[in-house]
Design a protein around this ligand. Structure first.
Ligand SMILES: Nc1ncnc2c1ncn2[C@@H]1O[C@H](COP(=O)(O)OP(=O)(O)O)[C@@H](O)[C@H]1O
Ligand SMILES: [Mg+2]
Length: 259
């Protein structure tokens, strides 16, 4: 363990796929409890950053640190266990299971009782089952999905499916939460509501560090403490919402051209 004071650091990270440089020497340092935004045009390399953080891809160069610990090259399940959870740009729910079952499966990754505990339904098993039920209920209530717990995930309106994805990530009590385009496909009202959800997740989980990729500038500018702009894999600018909105390079590359 290190003690850099940062929850998550991306140090000089690059990722090449054959001839494509998806990420080009990116440096990001996120403090504990921050909401950190990543913006940039399609194909800029935003999701690739998340894939490197979560161990889906190993950086070609550079490293990823979690609380000062080098996690570069660790496997996705190892990184998940260390407390990094994510949602995906394309919703990945179990569509033929209920809302509750989707959450329950996500929580079960936390359970530590063994097969025999389960067979004999002993105290350890019962305690953990009770805790699981409480945590699932809490996560669903926090996301405004408790009333819908028996619905099939695929029958939820789109905005609720997005929230269920966030609930699934949150029920594992992550230290770092990565949201990849949580407002994708949402209208203005829905994305404003999502911004409230992100803020309340941050408030309800003191110390949780959130990274959010999105194209909805209203969401990003209103929830993020700090933002990095990437374009063609390169970091154009990093700063507070006002700095980013005033940065001429950013305006030319991204903000100016509408989305
Ligand atoms: N597994 C892969 N193999 C080859 N190219 C990839 C792969 N993943 C991403 N890329 C390429 O890397 C670039 C960045 O992609 P991505 O990180 O998905 O961008 P963004 O999320 O910003 O839209 C794109 O040119 C994309 O085609
Ligand atoms: Mg992406």
């Amino acid at each position: 363990m290190g003690n850099s004071g940062y929850a998550l650091e991306i140090q000089d990270a690059s990722k090449r796929f054959g001839g494509i440089v998806a990420t080009d020497h990116v440096n990001i340092a996120v403090k504990p409890g921050q909401i950190f935004g990543i913006i940039g045009p399609n194909g800029a390399g935003k999701t690739t950053l998340f894939n490197m953080i979560t161990g889906v891809y190993k950086p070609t160069e550079g490293q990823i640190l979690l609380n000062g610990e080098n996690i570069t090259g660790k496997l996705p399940y190892e990184i998940a266990r260390k407390g990094i959870a994510r949602t995906f740009q394309n919703i990945r729910l179990f569509s033929d299971l209920s809302v509750y079952e989707n959450i329950h499966i996500a929580y079960q990754k936390n359970m530590t009782y063994g097969l025999l505990d389960g067979i004999f339904k002993n105290k350890k098993y019962k305690d953990e089952e009770k805790r699981c039920a409480e945590k699932c209920e809490e996560a669903l209530k926090d996301m405004g999905l408790w009333e819908q717990r028996d619905f099939l995930a695929s029958n939820l309106p789109y905005g609720m499916q997005r929230r269920l994805e966030i609930a699934r990530a949150l029920v594992t009590a992550p230290a770092v939460l990565l949201l990849d385009e949580p407002a994708a496909g949402m209208n203005e009202d829905e994305s404003a509501e999502l911004a409230n959800v992100i803020r309340s997740v941050s408030k309800k989980n003191p110390g949780i560090t959130i990274l959010v990729i999105d194209h909805h500038m209203d969401v990003i500018m209103s929830v993020c403490d700090e933002i990095t702009v990437i374009n063609f894999g390169k970091q154009l600018a990093t700063g507070g919402p006002e700095d980013i909105q005033r940065n001429q390079e950013v305006i030319d590359a991204y903000l100016g051209v509408g989305d």
